[in-house]
Design a binder for this molecule. Structure first.
Ligand SMILES: [Zn+2]
Ligand SMILES: [Zn+2]
Length: 340
């Protein structure tokens, strides 16, 4: 007859074995699901490219000459100096967009005005107003990340892109090609950001690297690039750079993509669910709870079940609605409703 201890130990062993199998099985399932969804997405993207974007192509065709003329003028103004063009397009333009938007957000965060913006604050009792010392330190860190890491990395990207293509060619790509490349860049960023971000939540990496970004449980726009240098390179820069590098994108597309990526991450961190802008509640919840909502688009979170608490608790009721026209904080009850 087995001793109770033996039985329990065996049960523990078998359950932990099952647990491991379930874990690896669950992960494999998730990988298969992710491959299926992404594969299908790419298939449909390719299938619809010639139908839906055909209409857009017509629009672009009408105004295509205009943009081509502007590009030719710019190209000549730089006397064909492609390196200088690349610096302006990939560093100056996106950085200008980033600081212009964040400059406005910082005025709102520090002054609490205008109220038609602050009334859309997600975590109503936070950053009202923002701690100026903490904000100054975040701005300083972001500037250092941009100057010491982003600049050399983008210059290195130019060398790589120049090596296997012509990133600043005299001909602009077609409109539907730009759209397709933006979609692929977005998809690649989601994949690389999601997994690198999850890796940074492993205890060892979290403690030494990612914890800095999470000092802000209620983020503001500029916190989007407030990170440890290793994280800035691996989780902020690399997922954004990989698309244009693999595709050999034209400077016009790369510039547009970097500007969009910087504006999207700023919106994800801004703390306000503003009308007509994508909802930042998903990433706001990540800063609040740490172990939920790792991605940007939310597709991989759904596949891996890392958004279950977000969906179950519904902390911010209308997170799926992109166009919110009523102030969000008016719809959040002061205390949770009793379950019936
Ligand atoms: Zn964040
Ligand atoms: Zn995180």
């Amino acid at each position: 007859m087995k001793k109770p201890g033996e039985s329990s130990s065996q049960t523990d062993h078998s359950s932990s074995r099952n647990g491991r199998q379930e874990t690896s099985g669950g992960l494999w399932d998730s990988v298969k699901k992710a491959a299926f969804v992404i594969g299908s997405g790419l298939f449909f993207l390719a299938a619809f490219r010639n139908s839906v974007t055909w209409h857009l192509q017509r629009f672009w065709g009408a105004s295509g000459d205009f943009w081509q003329t502007q590009w030719t003028k710019l190209y000549r103004a730089f006397d064909g100096n492609e390196a200088a063009l690349f610096i302006v397009g990939t560093l100056l333009v996106p950085t200008f967009c980033f600081w212009l938007f964040n400059g406005f957000l910082m005025v709102v965060d520090t002054t609490g005005r205008p109220s038609f913006i602050t009334r859309y604050r997600i975590q109503v009792d936070k950053n009202n107003p923002v701690n100026p010392q903490k904000l100054r330190y975040a701005v300083w860190t972001v500037l250092m990340n941009q100057l010491l890491l982003s600049v050399p990395l983008v210059l290195l990207t130019y060398v790589v892109m120049k090596w296997h293509g012509e990133p600043c060619g005299p001909d602009l790509p077609t409109f539907h090609w730009v759209l397709l490349e933006l979609a692929v860049c977005g998809l690649l960023e989601e994949i690389f950001f999601y997994y690198s971000h999850r890796l940074f939540h492993q205890p060892l990496f979290y403690k030494h690297i990612h914890k800095i970004h999470h000092e802000w449980t209620a983020p503001v726009g500029v916190v989007s690039l407030y990170a440890h240098p290793v994280e800035h390179v691996c989780a902020n820069m690399f997922p954004a750079l990989i698309g244009p590098m693999l595709l050999g994108s034209h400077l016009a597309t790369t510039s547009l993509w970097f500007s969009i990526a910087l504006l999207v991450t700023t919106i994800s961190h801004c703390g306000y669910h503003l009308p007509l802008l994508p909802s930042p509640e998903f990433h706001d919840f990540h800063h609040l709870k740490f172990n939920q909502c790792y991605g940007v688009l939310g597709v991989l979170d759904r596949l891996h079940g890392t958004d279950d608490k977000f969906r179950k608790t519904k902390p911010f009721e209308r997170h799926t609605i992109l166009l919110s026209l009523t102030p969000l904080n008016e719809s959040i009850p002061d205390s949770p409703k009793p379950t019936q």
